[in-house]
Design a protein around this ligand. Structure first.
Ligand SMILES: NC(=O)c1ccc[n+]([C@@H]2O[C@H](COP(=O)([O-])OP(=O)(O)OC[C@H]3O[C@@H](n4cnc5c(N)ncnc54)[C@H](OP(=O)(O)O)[C@@H]3O)[C@@H](O)[C@H]2O)c1
Length: 211
């Protein structure tokens, strides 16, 4: 299987990398904290390697697993190192007090990333509505977790969907990249439910198909 690169070594990087290594993917992790990156990679075992932060990622698919507040600078810093890459945007541009979004009015995170990424990079929104702990725990009672995706490039979405499926998750295509706006708001829905009704983070939003 081809190498999947992940920028960031936090909770989401660990959750996705853990599932990916289990599924037989080769994973490359690059993050600014080399000691933390090494700890994550060592914990993942064979199949995971560390890469230099800012260096050209080995994978054609690159998961942007840093906070939205950092991602635009990180993508700018990588610059042409991300040329031609399929960038998987998992970020949620939500204010830390959950009162609104960090994005300019009439825009959304994936679109802001597309503005600073190399012109020939392709952006697919994915994973942003799944909580890292729930994701890491995997399917419950055989029910697959839904990973919503959005993007303009059908071929790129097919590749991301295949990757998601290989992790034992169910890809749910929500449409073109403008639907990333909706997926970013869906994270706000998750936060609202967590705060007001569920009262903990151990849940997932998904699609129920009756019958
Ligand atoms: N956690 C979730 O359940 C969840 C669910 C869906 C989507 N997401 C999204 O996934 C992304 C990652 O979330 P996370 O929970 O994995 O975050 P996290 O545990 O805080 O990890 C964030 C990673 O980004 C790095 N980072 C932070 N600021 C940076 C900067 N200015 N330059 C370079 N690297 C920087 C951190 O490095 P250091 O270790 O050096 O600080 C760390 O490796 C976020 O955009 C978040 O909105 C999270």
């Amino acid at each position: 299987m081809s190498i999947i690169s992940i920028i960031g070594s936090g909770d989401m990087a660990a959750a996705i990398a853990g599932l990916a290594v289990k599924a037989g993917h080769a994973i490359e992790v690059a993050a600014r904290d080399t000691a933390k990156t090494r700890t994550l990679v060592d914990g993942l075992g064979a199949g995971a390697t560390a890469a230099g932060f800012g260096a050209v990622p080995a994978g054609d698919m690159v998961i942007l697993a840093v906070p939205y507040s950092a991602v635009l600078d990180v993508v700018k810093q990588y610059g042409e190192a991300l040329a031609g890459k399929l960038l998987i945007d998992i970020t949620n541009p939500i204010k830390s007090d959950f009162t609104g979004f960090l994005t300019p009015e009439n825009s959304f995170g994936a679109q802001e990333i597309a503005k600073v990424a190399p012109a020939n990079a392709v952006i697919v929104k994915a994973f942003n509505t799944q909580n890292a702990r729930v994701l890491a725990a995997g399917p419950v009672e055989g029910r697959q977790l839904d990973v919503f995706i959005a993007g303009d490039d059908a071929q790129a979405k097919a590749r991301v969907s295949a990757f998601i499926k290989s992790l034992g998750l169910r890809p749910m295509d929500a449409g073109k990249l403008f639907m990333a706006w909706t997926l970013e708001h869906a994270c706000m829905l998750w936060l609202g439910l967590m705060t007001h009704s569920v009262k903990h983070g151990n849940f997932s939003i998904g699609v129920n198909l009756p019958g």
